[in-house]
Write a protein that binds this ligand. Structure first.
Ligand SMILES: [Zn+2]
Ligand SMILES: [Zn+2]
Length: 205
């Protein structure tokens, strides 16, 4: 009888039933979660020109620690998940070449489809589960836990040294105080919210 790599409970493979389900759920959720993260952190292209979220670039200061910004980017999550796919595929089909580059969503789906084999035959299943759990934890530290659906209301109209801020302003259902995560501007109360709505860029422009 095997024991689960994560909790030591009895398991038929490398993970117990509970941790196998948890891993399946995380693989299903991860792409959405990282889409939320990029929504939270990176201002969209706005009518006033592009605001680029790069280290040291002139422009609005990110209220979020830049190291965190580095570790939570979609690119990093996609890279980590892809490396796991490469390794699982190499173990399972040693004579096949490596899988083609793929998006985070596609790699998560692939791993989820191979989950049974992974749990039964892949010795690093515990490490895989731990790393997927870390990726989820990092994302949740930004978007909240559980990740609520944010509503996109528009873009920040505050003036900053680099011009109009332009970061996406979103809110949780029921929230009346809007805060820009990029420049820390707050929109609260009727007049401020009216001004926010009034100065939204023309989407058609
Ligand atoms: Zn377990
Ligand atoms: Zn702003």
């Amino acid at each position: 009888m095997n024991v689960c790599e994560l909790c030591g409970d009895e398991a038929s493979g490398y993970l117990c039933a509970r941790h196998r389900e948890q891993l399946a759920a995380r693989l299903a959720e991860l792409p959405t979660l990282y889409a939320e993260v990029s929504e939270c952190l990176v201002p969209r292209r706005s009518g006033w020109g592009e605001i680029v979220a790069t280290r040291g670039a002139a422009g609005p200061r990110s209220p979020i620690d830049e190291d965190v910004l580095d570790t939570v980017t979609w690119g990093r999550a996609a890279e980590v998940v892809h490396l796991w796919r490469v390794d699982v595929q190499r173990e399972r089909w040693p004579h096949h070449g490596p899988p083609p580059a793929a998006e985070l969503g596609a790699d998560c789906r692939w791993l989820a489809m191979e989950l049974e084999w992974i749990v039964d035959h892949y010795p690093a299943a515990g490490d895989l589960a731990r790393e997927i759990s870390d990726l989820e934890g990092t994302a949740r530290s930004i978007v909240g836990d559980p990740a609520p659906r944010r509503q996109r209301l528009g873009t920040c109209v505050a003036m900053t040294e680099a011009g109009v801020c332009g970061a996406v302003i979103s809110r949780l259902p029921g929230e009346t105080r809007l805060k820009c995560r990029w420049c820390d501007s707050v929109y609260e109360g009727g007049a401020a919210l009216l001004a926010f709505a009034h100065f939204q860029p023309d989407e058609a422009a």
